[in-house]
Design a protein around this ligand. Structure first.
Ligand code: AMP
Length: 514
């Protein structure tokens, strides 16, 4: 695969990216006196953001060869980091976020796999990088340059690495065309964003929901409110919603699970749009949440990183009957520019009401995994739909689509789980645990905590032993949210009727400990 320009079949269906970058350029010029970011309680204007973009793009030009299209960015919570993302786009490059909180080893493997030679960094914490660091925090002033020259739709916008079942994270490249299609689809949702809006950005830059959370406000001159890394997320978010009067918020459902005990005290009349994505949205919590946000339209949106941020939407009706299965709100209909179908094991499209794997088509779909044609061939296939041969992405989500075209989420077909909204392949945890334990079986599971959120548990086969060295080893290999918070030794793993390890029985040992 050409790693500089992503090739996809002509019917990829992506909307042109040019309009998106024209809008961004106009917004940066027009709103110079307005507030662009509120970071750790400090406001920055669009003029400040523009000045930082201009400085960083001059540095990119003089330090990074023009043929180097993918550049690392250390994902800090500051203006310099956001300006670096936009400066890379202005220069026709793409970004790969690297978080200092991830294990050095994981960042090193991602950097090597993506072929990253340089990373832009807004502070002096660069020692963890295994490529050349370019500091962006004390650059000389340059004339303002917030133009975004035209680039092709198949040029890259960003690459994110998600948990991989074989122990190696997989790279998901997203093109400018993919991003352009997402923004067109978002605009069609009827969520008007203006320069008076205050928008929440609660996500790590390694999680693609961050892209909507900073990009949509910046396109319209609105202010982005970030959540500092050292704060307790849900508490800080509640404060932002109430005290700052956030008007647009995209969150993972685990945030409202944590806030649920405080719902009686929470009132956010300023919130106009409350979006949830990343994991199943329980109807009961949503109904209770709707009373905290009396003026908000609540939307459940759905989508994998591979299909650019999100691609379906369901509007919650606080007064009416909502579509749900097992208490989980429907994920709704495809957004403009995307299509959804449910297929059987032979990849035949199933009629309404039947259960199968949800597959996604349209211009938001990645051209394929980064330098991994094998995984790409497993996940993306060609199929005739509405008279056209189109590419479809297999989500691994078990769904049905009803007669009105609303999809209902029934669970996963594999061992992928969500921890605080982050996508986690349990087999990636098992891979590393087994590497440490040597010839000992270990099974990773998601178990629910008292707040109703998932935590990682690890069952280890064998007599009681010390677990600390294993946890320390896992910490050196995996991001914090993937490190087990509960462990249990089981003399002999139970087997199911097929003779396989009985994961359900192991799960029960954590939820109903003897
Ligand atoms: P990610 O690539 O991290 O965005 O994870 C994508 C996966 O998250 C999907 O395949 C689903 O399993 C899950 N997911 C995302 N949004 C929702 C939602 N609204 N409801 C249920 N599951 C969701």
């Amino acid at each position: 695969m050409d790693t500089l320009r992503m090739t996809a079949p002509p019917n990829n269906g992506a909307t042109s990216n040019i309009g998106l970058f024209r809008t961004l350029e106009a917004s940066l010029s027009r709103n110079s006196t307005g507030r662009s970011f509120c970071i750790a309680g400090r406001f920055h204007t669009y003029a400040e953001l523009g000045a930082r973009i201009s400085e960083i793009r001059a540095t990119i030009k003089s330090n990074i060869p023009s043929e180097e299209k993918l550049v690392g960015v250390v994902a800090n919570d500051d203006l310099g980091t956001y300006a670096a993302l936009l400066a890379l786009w202005a220069e026709g490059r793409a970004y790969l976020p690297l978080t200092p909180e991830a294990p050095v080893d994981r960042n090193a493997r991602i950097t090597a796999r993506a072929g990253i030679k340089h990373a832009l960094c807004s502070d002096d914490n660069t020692s963890f990088l295994t490529c050349k660091a370019i500091r962006t925090d004390a650059l000389p002033e340059v004339p303002l340059d917030v133009t975004f020259p035209d680039h092709r739709d198949d040029d890259l916008a960003y690459v994110l690495f998600t948990s991989g079942s074989t122990g190696e994270p997989k790279g998901v490249p997203i093109t400018r065309g993919n991003l352009g299609t997402f923004i067109t689809g978002f605009d069609a949702l009827g969520i008007p964003v203006t320069a008076t809006d205050k928008c929440l950005q609660m996500f790590e830059l390694t999680f693609d929901l961050s892209v909507m959370s900073y990009l949509v406000p910046l396109l319209h001159g609105a202010c982005v409110y970030t959540v500092p890394k050292n704060e307790i997320k849900y508490g800080y978010i509640a404060e932002l919603l109430e005290e700052q009067g956030i008007t647009l918020a995209l969150m993972v459902p685990s945030i409202i699970n944590y806030l649920r005990p405080y719902f009686d005290e929470i009132q956010c009349p300023a919130l106009k749009h409350s979006l949830f994505c990343g994991e199943a949205l329980p109807l009961d919590v949503t109904t209770e949440w709707s009373r905290c946000v009396p003026n908000a339209r609540i939307l459940n949106v759905y989508g994998p990183t591979e299909h650019t941020i999100f691609c379906t939407q369901y509007v919650f009706d606080p007064a009416g009957a909502n579509k749900q299965v097992n208490g989980v709100l429907s994920i709704g209909k495809a957004m403009f520019g995307s299509s959804i179908v449910v297929v059987d094991e032979q990849r035949k499209i199933l009629p309404p009401g039947e259960k199968g794997e949800l597959c996604l088509g349209g211009g938001q779909m990645t051209p394929g995994y980064w330098n991994d044609p094998e995984r790409t061939a497993q996940a993306i296939f060609l199929m005739e739909h509405e008279g056209l041969i189109q590419r479809f992405y297999r989500t691994g989500d078990l769904c049905t689509i009803d007669a009105q075209g609303d999809a209902l989420y029934l669970g996963r077909l594999d061992h992928q789980v969500k921890i605080q909204g982050y996508r986690v392949e349990l087999s990636e945890i098992e891979h590393h645990a087994r590497a440490f334990l040597v010839r000992t079986s270990a099974v990773a599971l998601a178990v629910m905590n008292d707040a109703g959120n998932n935590e990682v548990a690890l069952a280890i086969e064998g007599p009681e032993g010390e677990v600390k060295p294993l946890i320390e080893y896992l910490r050196s290999k995996l991001p914090g949210y993937m490190v087990p918070t509960r462990t249990r030794f089981v003399a002999e793993f139970p087997l199911n009727t097929n003779g396989k390890t009985d994961r359900k029985a192991l799960q029960a040992m954590f939820t109903n400990p003897a």
